[in-house]
Design a protein around this ligand. Structure first.
Ligand code: NAD
Length: 700
């Protein structure tokens, strides 16, 4: 087996009961989802599936053969009917007459939209001719680690023959496109009994006369490879054997928390990056091995892999037996700079006159012996997926180097894919990033009314958000709701009490490990209390001071430390209160603590400015809806103070305001977003009152 940790053979998940009654297109969706459900069959977004289906032509009413093939983008595991492009087979066949030869193959992509059946808007992918010209009704093209390990071995052709005999053929490396489609067709015509073909340095094509046969062939070919690897790797020292030992899990995370913000700072000059940490057994086996450096230097092989990971990772030199993290930190800028020089050299030596301009020169994957792997990208999902792809690459290297020698893709071939004009057009078509894309925000009191609304606002703008709160049940609930609305990659909960120094430090460690650092702190955790001064106990006084004053100090201090490690500025927004500016009867402890918050913000604005750290304040007033503060004693005390029922309070505050309007959590969130974003890039030390107008709290 390639990786003994990944479980045994693939199960045959085809279920006739489920498949019964499905239309041909539905069967294609079912086959694709079933294949994609196991990452050992294909990596995220990798590979594609197709069916050739006879359908009525909407124009002529005649039966025509239509190629249904996974469209550009998307993932087999989750693809639905609308993820498939549909093209007339006769028109696709006719394209052969227009083909001017391999040096012109890219122009054939422009003809694909002309073959569209039924005005389907889904763009056909570059792999379309590969499916069209295989003369079989059902075709799978998967990227299984076990097969790519064979495809990336030095003697891949001989290994294919040894494992599969004549059942599975072999074709040398060829970039996907029209020419490869013709090669596949030729292969099938010359080998009518073959069930599939391995494409060197790439993946597997397999086919069948029914959807089920096609699926089962794919699964059994992969299982055959897994079984063969299992036998052949018996007793072999994987990656040349272990030369260093892993640190324990807590140490690994502590080191990740220290290094990730620093790496992020060094590589975020053209847009902030998000990080992902992986210290799984598969990664540790590789980074602790004797062959780490030579194998990493060879680069990844499958084109899908390195499009996300870049051809090579950056290996951080570190000896876990004598862990000197400060030395690593001191060297980091040089390591990053050296990688960039290497990448520039790769670009310069491989570029063509019409190549797209060089893109980001920084590494995506960072490998550290004893610790694990960090990956960075413009958004969290891509950072995570890049990490998953590198794990695929590790699996491939494990397999190939165990039974033979691993060969990476030649630099020129890699470059021609990375800077392929067609790929570049795809990148250019990507939607513009949202205003807070790449930003990481930590929101204290994130499970409360204003905190949750703020998190939601920042998430909508593309930020990743850590919800920090002391209320475990409310935190879980907020996390679930926001992850559902905005995607799991974007939200993390951390259970902390902002009055505990240790817990605050731990919360920022979590943030750094989960996302790579922090850009925005929204300090918002709070409470409200009411009592005349004679009845204000020391405990009540201290509680207000602890949460609102000391708590704000602790989280701000930790954020500052992280900002200074990253060296890419930072942004702090304190949620204080109208009561921090305007004295209120019977709330001395609360008002004083809120006033301390506001002054703390001003002091920090002064200290942070030279490092581009901005600190501003939002003062809400009377935000009743959604707020937990307004469900308890405070509500009753306020109602009693104004001699009215609690039900009348909202109306009381509305009519008391100058603008005669109620204030909602979303209104506070909007002001926080403004201060947290570049829209307010030139404001620091400021206060925005969001209270529907209250002359007492006018700032002066
Ligand atoms: P809320 O009670 O709904 O939310 C506050 C959150 O802070 C809660 O989820 C709570 O669990 C959390 N929290 C409390 N103590 C904590 C601690 N020690 N550590 C971590 N988390 C803790 O209240 P809200 O209305 O959303 O208030 C948010 C902020 O706005 C507070 O600072 C509050 O003082 C301020 N504010 C609110 C109003 C208003 O009318 N709602 C007015 C002015 C100021």
């Amino acid at each position: 087996m390639l990786d003994k940790r990944s479980g045994s053979r693939l199960a045959n998940l085809w279920d006739d009961a489920k498949a019964q009654g499905m239309s041909e297109p539905e069967l294609l969706v079912y086959r694709s989802n079933t294949l994609g459900s196991d990452k050992r069959v294909t990596n995220y977004g990798g590979g594609n599936t197709s069916s050739k289906i006879w359908q009525k032509d909407p124009l002529t009413g005649q039966d025509v053969e239509v190629l249904w093939v996974k469209g550009s983008g998307g993932d087999s595991a989750s693809i639905k009917l609308d993820g498939f492009a549909t093209l007339y087979m006769d028109k696709l066949q006719a394209l052969k007459g227009l083909y001017r030869g391999v040096e012109h193959e890219d122009e054939m992509v422009g003809y694909l939209p002309h073959c569209t059946f039924n005005l389907n808007p889904r763009a056909a992918s570059i792999d379309t001719p590969l499916h069209a010209y295989v003369p079989k009704p059902f075709v799978d093209h998967m990227h299984p680690d076990a097969i790519i390990a064979i495809a990336a071995a030095k003697d891949s052709r001989a290994l294919t023959k040894e494992i599969f005999g004549d059942a599975i053929g072999w074709l040398p490396w060829k970039r996907p496109g029209f020419e490869l489609g013709l090669w596949l067709e030729k292969f099938c015509l010359e080998h009518p009994t073959a069930k599939g073909v391995i494409l060197e340095s790439h993946g597997l094509f397999s086919w069948g006369d029914t959807p089920r046969e096609c699926y089962e062939t794919t699964i059994s070919v992969i299982n055959q490879a897994i079984e063969w690897f299992e036998r052949r790797s018996e007793g072999v020292a994987i990656f040349g054997g272990e030369v260093v030992k892993s640190l324990d899990a807590t140490q690994r995370r502590a080191i990740a928390a220290k290094l990730m913000p620093r790496i992020r700072g060094l590589i975020s000059e053209k847009g902030h990056k998000l990080g992902h940490f992986d210290d799984s057994a598969a990664v540790l086996e590789f980074v602790n091995s004797r062959d780490l450096r030579p194998l990493a230097a060879l680069g990844t092989s499958c084109p899908d892999h390195f499009l996300r990971t870049k051809i090579r990772p950056l290996v951080i030199e570190f000896d876990p037996a004598k862990p000197d993290v400060d030395a690593v930190v001191a060297r980091l800028a040089d390591d990053v700079a050296e990688y960039r020089v290497g990448y520039q050299a790769y670009y310069d030596s491989c570029k063509h006159p019409d190549s797209p301009a060089i893109r980001d020169t920084n590494a995506v994957v960072y490998l550290m012996p004893g610790v694990g792997m960090f990956t960075f990208a413009g958004d969290k999902a891509t950072a995570r997926i890049s990490g998953e792809f590198y794990v695929n690459a590790i699996n491939v290297m494990r397999g190939a180097s165990t039974v033979s020698s691993y060969v990476g893709l030649p630099a020129q071939e890699a470059f021609d894919i990375e800077y392929w004009l067609l790929e570049d057009l795809k990148l250019q078509r990507m939607p513009k990033p949202k205003s807070l894309a790449g930003q990481i925000a930590l929101v204290t009191g994130g499970a409360g009314g204003i905190g949750r609304a703020t998190a939601s606002r920042l998430l909508r703008e593309g930020a990743c958000v850590v919800l920090a709160d002391i209320d475990e049940a409310a935190l879980a609930n907020a996390n679930e709701e926001l992850a559902q609305a905005h995607g799991k990659d974007f939200v993390r909960p951390v259970l902390i009490d902002v009055t505990s120094e240790d817990q605050v430090v731990a919360g920022f460690v979590e943030t750094a490990v989960e996302f790579g650092g922090v850009d925005i702190l929204v300090s918002n955790a709070g409470l409200a209390s009411s009592a005349p001064i004679e009845e204000t106990t020391l405990a009540l006084w201290n509680k207000n001071m602890d949460i609102l004053s000391t708590g704000y100090f602790l989280v701000a201090r930790e954020a500052f430390r992280l900002f200074r490690a990253q060296k890419i500025g930072g942004n702090v927004v304190f949620v204080a209160s109208k009561n921090g500016l305007a004295a209120s009867p019977n709330a001395a402890a609360y008002c004083t603590a809120k006033a301390a918050e506001i002054h703390l913000a001003r002091c920090l604005a002064l200290e942070g400015a030279e490092a581009q750290i901005r600190v501003n304040v939002v003062n809400p007033d009377a935000v009743l809806r959604g707020s937990k503060i307004w469900t308890g004693e405070w509500k009753e005390q306020r109602a009693a103070a104004y001699k009215m029922s609690t039900d009348d309070l909202e109306e009381h505050y509305r009519s008391r305001s100058m603008l005669k309007r109620s204030v909602f959590p979303e209104d506070i969130a909007e002001a926080i977003y403004f201060l947290a974003s570049d829209m307010s890039a030139k404001s620091t030390g400021n206060i925005i009152n969001v209270d529907a107008g209250n002359a007492q709290s006018f700032t002066r």
